[in-house]
Design a protein around this ligand. Structure first.
Ligand code: ZN
Length: 474
């Protein structure tokens, strides 16, 4: 205090500033009180209001307006999150229309969300009741035995439509890996939020994938993606492939943004199944927002809740995915094969754990190690990183042309690598930037940029990825 005694301007200014703040505070408090009073009166039935109260309402038109607007918003929100189902006859009529649209489509693609997996009793990874949200709120997520979950009728219907070349591509928000397990080839799939059965080595270029028979996210979290296992090739830590809220994944696989972008450009019909579309809506290039409304793909939506795309959809079906798809497939006269564990590619591609790694998993596996060791899976498979034979050889060529990125690694100076970006990788801000970019030039075929993993403890990798990305774009 003694320090300031010789500086009178501090003494003079201090009280003046405090005084100036007070009337503002008063104003706010007055407004709050008035809103509260008006709100109370508005809750009463009109006939029960006293003359004084009616007069007060007449004099506070602004407050009355504000409160009514707030109430409308709350009402709207409540309506939108409600699950509503169309009556059976309406669903049947709509399913016929959807079947016709699928038959007519020249390039049909499909966007899927948690709603197609609910019948497999897979917990939602995101959303208000998602695992991450509940855990963040300190709530119990209950026991979920993912090893029992299998592809649903809808997964198998999409697999069959794809096999018949009636469906070209699937973009899924689900991390449950059920599309891959249905047999849908991975070059026809983009798992934009990752796949919980796949972990990857980001040190190896191109990134090496390891398919596992268990949920690889057991020990991981947002911004902390290390799974406690190491790459069989380079020995560096493996990371899960999940993209959490506020993160943007940049792994080539299983996210496959390049595939999603290319396919959405060609699409003339988009079928959205079991997604609220609140997240997918933000990726404007998925919706051809750069074109005039009339030239965009026709949208067919199957979801129990409201979606932000309902108003522009050619058809909205408020129904359960399996139920609607059964009617659609019947209408199309297509028999949907049952899911068969024997044909599930995860069992052929999965890498087994070594005895030193066994302690990193505590949950039940899809199949026991013994069972697998006895089956056809050879030791060779175990050592070999996952490489799926591509159906389309052109695609394989395209991918291999992207691969010579190793030189970039060499060029990076140690001084560059040490860039202090740790805490600064603010996914939110990158989000906005990316979205702005997408709005400016929605055709840009760029993979989302933020690291989906290790952003906090591996700045070197963050920098590297950035360099690699730039090279790829050029
Ligand atoms: Zn590696």
């Amino acid at each position: 205090m003694g320090k300031f005694e010789g500086k009178p301007y501090v003494q003079d200014n201090y009280p003046t500033r405090r005084k100036a703040a007070q009337p503002q505070e008063c104003e706010k408090k007055k407004k709050r009180d008035s809103l509260r009073k008006v709100s109370k009166i508005l809750q009463k039935c009109e006939t029960l209001r006293t003359a004084e109260e009616t007069r007060l309402l007449e004099s506070c038109t602004e407050a009355v307006k504000e409160i009514s607007q707030r109430r409308e918003k709350v009402q709207l929100y409540k309506e939108r999150i409600q699950e509503k189902e169309d009556p059976p006859d309406v669903i049947e009529t709509k399913a016929k229309k959807l079947a016709e649209a699928i038959t007519r489509a020249r390039h049909l693609i499909c966007y899927t969300g948690a709603g197609i997996s609910t019948s497999a009793r897979i917990p939602d990874y995101r959303g208000s009741n998602g695992i991450w949200t509940l855990l963040a709120q300190g709530k119990d997520i209950g026991k979920h035995d993912l090893s029992l979950a299998e592809p649903t009728f809808t997964h198998m219907a999409l697999y069959e439509l794809h096999r018949r070349k009636m469906l070209r591509f699937v973009v899924s928000q689900n991390c449950d890996g059920l599309h891959l397990r249905s047999g849908l080839p991975r070059n026809s799939l983009s798992e934009v939020h990752g796949n919980m059965y796949i972990e990857a080595c980001k040190n190896c270029k191109p990134n090496v994938e390891y398919w596992r028979l268990f949920d690889t996210t057991e020990l991981t979290a947002r911004y902390n993606h290390k799974t406690m296992r190491r790459c069989h090739i380079c020995g560096k830590p493996l990371v899960d492939t999940i993209v959490h809220f506020g993160e943007r994944g940049c792994l080539r696989w299983p996210l496959n943004w390049a595939g999603a972008c290319a396919q959405s450009e060609k699409a003339d019909v988009i079928l959205c199944l079991g997604s609220s579309l609140k997240v997918l809506k933000k990726y404007s290039w998925l919706w051809a927002m750069d074109r005039p409304a009339k030239k965009r793909p026709k949208l067919y939506i199957v979801n129990l809740q409201w979606t932000p795309k309902d108003s522009v959809a050619a058809l909205k079906i408020n129904g359960k995915c399996d139920q609607v798809m059964m009617l659609v497939m019947k209408q199309l006269n297509i028999v949907v094969p049952d899911y068969k564990r024997l044909k599930d590619p995860i069992f052929a591609h999965a890498s087994l754990l070594s005895s030193l790694e066994l302690h990193t998993v505590s949950q039940p596996m899809l199949k026991s190690q013994n069972e697998l060791e006895c089956s056809e899976t050879t030791l060779e498979d175990e050592k070999k990183p996952f490489e799926e034979p591509f159906e389309d050889s052109q695609e394989a060529l395209d991918l291999s042309s992207e691969r010579p990125v190793v030189e970039v690694e060499v060029k990076v100076e140690p001084s560059d690598v040490k860039v202090e970006v740790k805490g600064e990788i603010n996914a939110e801000s990158v989000d906005v930037k990316d979205e702005l970019k997408a709005e400016e030039s929605p055709g840009v075929k760029e993979e989302p940029k933020t690291e989906n993993s290790g952003a906090k403890d591996e700045p070197a990798e963050v920098k590297l990825e950035g360099e690699v990305k730039n090279k790829e774009i050029k």
